[in-house]
Ligand binder design. Structure first.
Ligand SMILES: [Zn+2]
Length: 681
């Protein structure tokens, strides 16, 4: 029986690209689940979008001297592209700065306000007189009352990890002007969460005791045991969805109020484009709503958002919220500020066309029940010992032998022996195990069972030894190859949710469209043989290739490099002459320019600086034809610490600016006759 599903994946925050931790924790499991339900024939809507409001984005914009919209435009594109590259099969990927979202969130607030769901509460908050604005917690810096770190934020000290109230900070300062802020009265709207305490207790602690993951259930229980309190849903800020009331100038919806509504506005956007009724995906009790998130989002998706949906009155509630734990990297916490991460855009440059490998490794080691560790050695081992040696090897032998013995035509079935029936039956059992595991959100278990199918195929072929039998019993070899081709076809169907690109490639090799039955999951659970005698398959192509030690050593070196080089402070603070004298700018002359493979943006430049030639990577490939810039004089910062960019060492930096079309261009000396190597001061 088919059903309707609305599946959401946490909206990524658009103040940076995404890394493997995000992929492992949220997007791959959500994608496997969505693809699985789709190939089973269900009506699936898989929704996501960029979360583009909130203080960190305004802070980043201030630091970089640009508008918040510029920040979110930049990262929205980067994030969306990464998802597409990794085959995350969203039906719609929207963004919360869109008109449709502003309207949806605004209307949602109005309905709750009309339903008397808010209290207006006045409190004192820090105000920066000279900047003329209230200060969000992240805009206040002061001394932590606990550990006396002088750089603590208003809401949390990053040194000792304590959360606190901005009013508790010793000697608070505005991070905008550096001045001491004043306390000033301000009014905010508070969602009456306490009035939903009883309902949430019944719904979570009773109704979902057995089907929600224990980490999720446990966190909800501790929130509920503490007792819920009213929670502010507005902020004094100029970036976000304006509060739709007359007496709320300068106030926006708190990002955590508007972000989950982003799922709804993304659905409405999709429905408009596809001429569908969005309400059946959010209001029909027959629809199953599932939220995929990381553990840091549990309270928002299990307590606050359901309370909002309930308070609105016409929405369904999530059936499950299978939150994951965190993924660590080489034994340490992934950290954006320390650059301790594997960023997806960099992975794509270093491992082109190996998206499925990362999907596989992150799934087979997913942090489902506890924090888990990603290591490059394990990545290599899983690729070489499982994907190459088991899955790839099996398929390759089957396809090569079929081409060799039968010119690519699927041979006759002939008479099955027990061993043939047994191997197929064991595989049908694996399929039903995979179904069970996926429906319980145990994706690593399912992924391991997928490899077991390939393992069974590999063992069957090794035991039957068609390459020996061919000399004595051609009939028997036909059956062995017929069975092996069935197993290969099964693998192509079952691997689709996990390894979509591999699945498509394998189906092309096996000429899936030429067989009489559709290669659907349903035909497998009915134990139908989906490969037909006489259909011609294509020539062998490698599905996976070995990853060498040097590739792994390079990744480890790159990580260690980022650990050593301290992050450069983002703040553009004033410097004195001494500071400036530390920078060595010189005139350079471009000798060679070549495109860096797999990168649309980067050129590798060989630059003559006096007697020396340097290799420098520069992000100007979109603006210049490499052939036409030979001999151009540019300005080079020569004493910048060498850095590995896209796999090459870059020894310095070429100064760039932007032209009227916003394209990167060189900063060049007006006098084109200046000599290379000259100092600039
Ligand atoms: Zn502290």
């Amino acid at each position: 029986m088919t059903k309707r599903y609305t599946i959401t994946a946490a909206l990524p925050y658009t103040n940076g690209p995404i890394h493997i931790g995000h992929l492992a924790g949220v997007y791959i499991p959500a994608d496997i689940y969505s693809r699985f339900l789709r190939i089973k024939g269900n009506d699936v809507l898989f929704i996501c979008g960029s979360d583009e409001h909130g203080v960190p984005i305004t802070l980043k914009a201030k630091k970089e001297g640009i508008n918040p919209q510029d920040v979110v435009d930049k990262y929205h594109k980067i994030i969306k592209d990464s998802f597409a590259e990794f085959g995350i099969s969203f039906d719609n990927y929207s963004r919360t700065s869109s008109k449709i979202h502003h309207k949806t969130a605004s209307d949602f607030f109005t309905t709750l306000n009309n339903n008397n769901q808010f209290s207006e509460i006045e409190s004192e908050q820090f105000y920066d007189e000279s900047a003329n604005q209230f200060l969000a917690d992240r805009f206040i810096i002061g001394t932590c009352p606990k550990c006396h770190n002088t750089e603590s934020y208003g809401d949390q000290c990053e040194n000792c990890g304590t959360s606190h109230n901005a009013l508790d900070l010793i000697n608070p300062k505005s991070s905008i002007t550096g001045l001491s802020p004043q306390l000033k009265k301000t009014k905010h709207w508070y969602l009456k969460l306490d009035s939903h305490q009883l309902f949430l207790e019944n719904w979570i602690l009773k109704d979902h005791k057995s089907d929600w993951k224990s980490n999720v259930y446990g966190q909800c229980k501790s929130w509920l045991d503490d007792g819920l309190r009213p929670r502010a849903v507005t902020r004094d800020l100029d970036w976000g969805v304006p509060v739709p009331l007359n007496n709320a100038d300068g106030k926006v919806l708190y990002v955590w109020f508007d972000a989950p509504i982003g799922y709804i506005s993304s659905t409405i956007e999709w429905a408009k484009k596809n001429n569908k009724n969005w309400e059946s995906y959010w209001k029909d009790p027959a629809t199953e709503l599932v939220h995929f998130i990381g553990k840091d989002n549990i309270v928002f998706h299990c307590i606050i958002f359901p309370a909002m949906l309930k308070a609105e009155g016409s929405y369904i509630l999530p059936k499950n919220v299978p939150a994951n734990e965190f993924l660590n990297l080489e034994g340490d916490k992934i950290s954006t500020s320390k650059n301790w991460a594997v960023w997806l855009p960099e992975y794509l440059i270093d491992f082109p066309n190996k998206q499925d490998i990362l999907r596989y490794v992150l799934t087979s080691n997913a942090p489902e029940t506890k924090d888990n560790d990603f290591t490059w050695k394990d990545f290599q081992a899983k690729n070489n010992n499982e994907l190459v040696a088991i899955f790839g090897n099996f398929i390759n032998r089957v396809v090569v032998l079929t081409n060799k013995y039968y010119n690519g035509d699927v041979p006759n079935k002939n008479k099955f022996l027990d061993v043939d029936t047994e191997v197929l039956n064991s595989i049908y059992e694996s399929i039903s195990k995979i179904e069970k595991s996926i429906s319980k959100f145990r994706f690593r278990e399912a992924c391991n069972e997928l490899i077991n199918i390939a393992r069974s195929g590999n063992k069957y072929l090794a035991d039957q030894e068609p390459w020996k039998t061919i000399k004595v019993d051609e009939n028997r070899v036909e059956t062995v190859m017929y069975v092996s081709l069935q197993i290969s076809a099964i693998l192509s169907v079952i691997s689709e949710p996990f390894l979509p690109k591999t699945s498509a490639k394998l189906q092309a090799i096996l000429n899936s469209k030429a067989h009489s039955l559709h290669w659907t999951w349903g035909n497998l659970t009915e134990k139908n043989l989906i490969v037909n005698t006489g259909v011609r398959i294509n020539k062998a192509e490698l599905l996976f290739s070995k990853i060498e030690d040097r590739e792994i050593d390079f990744q480890i070196e790159k990580l260690n490099h980022s650990k050593k080089s301290k992050a450069i402070p983002n703040k553009k603070t004033e410097i004195n002459e001494l500071d400036f004298s530390k920078l060595n700018f010189r005139i350079g002359n471009i000798l060679e320019a070549t495109k860096i493979e797999k990168s649309k943006k980067l050129l590798l430049l060989k630059i003559e600086i006096g007697n020396e030639t340097r290799s420098i990577v520069s992000g100007i490939a979109k603006s210049y034809d490499p052939k036409k810039i030979i001999g151009t004089k540019v300005v080079v910062l020569t004493n910048l610490e060498p850095k590995i960019i896209a796999g090459v060492i870059s020894q310095g930096m070429v100064l760039l600016t932007k032209d009227e079309n916003n394209a990167e261009v060189f900063v060049s000396p007006v006098n084109i006759n200046v000599e290379s190597g000259l100092n600039i001061s």
